[in-house]
Design a protein around this ligand. Structure first.
Ligand code: 2AM
Ligand code: CA
Ligand code: CA
Ligand code: CA
Length: 277
């Protein structure tokens, strides 16, 4: 499933993310008041999000003929798992960006028929470009990434995202948090799912879960975690796909324990038993 053009696609994604990151940094530093526009009462977008996506779209479509764009701000409705697509979050962590909290990134994944081929997460505020191509490993700049080796839950640092829209998820989420809290080393909620997945890939986090993510939040990060030796699934333990839904990521060794904790005592989701054969 690794396409011969995957490295070319990665380089186009790295270049597009770099252009977007420069634009975001310039806008953040240029002392103009950032205009917050409401998507809903507590969900905001700025013209920086839109401007960054325009730049990424133009650069990717000029370098990769025939590619479609699935992007949060300009083309969120396009199918992420059909044909050749760039799945784009031009600014992941907008709330952080608008508050000057330095945890936001550009996330771009090039996928073919639902299979991620190249992924880039550009850490805008701190610097650093995480990238991966299918089958070739994951890197930050030129250093190879490896998930953590933690096998002891009590030593695990777990990233998460708190449900902010769908209150029906809040009860399940809080039960999961309550079960995990006393038995792990710590929980972090940093506000950018793509950077959270990057932190699993680079071994800072031993795991991450969030009950609802969109394709542009997760696509590049899923490839980074897998290429760094980790595992990414839904709550039932099925391999994560490029469509919206819950995400559970880990260093692999903690994964079955993690799924077990997230599902313990919950009637609706079950982890499939190991194949008896
Ligand atoms: P965003 O900054 O690109 O919108 C998963 O938590 C994702 O949801 C985040 O990566 C972030 O992506 C978005 N998000 C987080 N908190 C949010 C909030 N309070 N309102 C809207 N979107 C939020
Ligand atoms: Ca948003
Ligand atoms: Ca996002
Ligand atoms: Ca975004």
């Amino acid at each position: 499933s690794a396409h011969p053009k995957r490295r070319e696609w990665r380089d186009a994604a790295i270049a597009a993310a770099d252009t977007a990151a420069r634009f975001i940094t310039y806008e953040a530093m240029s002392h103009r008041t950032l205009a917050w526009e409401e998507k809903s009462a507590t969900d905001f977008v700025s013209r920086v999000d839109v401007g960054a996506e325009e730049r990424i779209r133009d650069m990717i479509t000029s370098r990769i003929p025939g590619i479609r764009i699935v992007g949060e701000e300009l083309s969120a409705d396009a199918r992420p798992d059909e044909g050749l697509v760039a799945i784009v979050d031009p600014l992941d962590g907008t709330t952080n960006f608008l508050h000057g909290f330095p945890n936001y990134c550009v996330s771009i994944c090039i996928a073919l028929d639902g299979v991620p081929q190249a992924g880039v997460v550009h850490d805008v505020a701190r610097g650093g470009v995480l990238h991966a191509t299918a089958g070739d490993g994951a890197f930050v700049d030129s250093s190879r990434l490896q998930v953590s080796t933690t096998t002891t839950p009590a030593r695990a640092l777990i990233g998460t995202g708190i449900p902010f829209k769908d209150v029906s998820q809040a009860d399940l989420y809080l039960r999961q948090l309550r079960r995990l809290m006393p038995i792990i080393s710590g929980v972090r909620r940093a506000g950018s799912a793509a950077l959270d997945l990057s932190d699993v890939a680079r071994g800072r986090f031993d795991g991450f879960w969030e009950l609802f993510l969109n394709p542009w939040d997760l696509a590049a990060g899923v490839l980074l975690v897998r290429e760094a030796g980790g595992r990414v699934t839904d709550l039932e333990g099925r391999d994560a796909r490029l469509t919206s839904g819950p995400i559970v990521a880990s260093n692999g060794m903690l994964h079955d324990w993690f799924l077990g904790m997230l599902n313990e005592g919950e009637g609706t989701t079950t982890v499939p038993a190991p194949d008896p054969a």
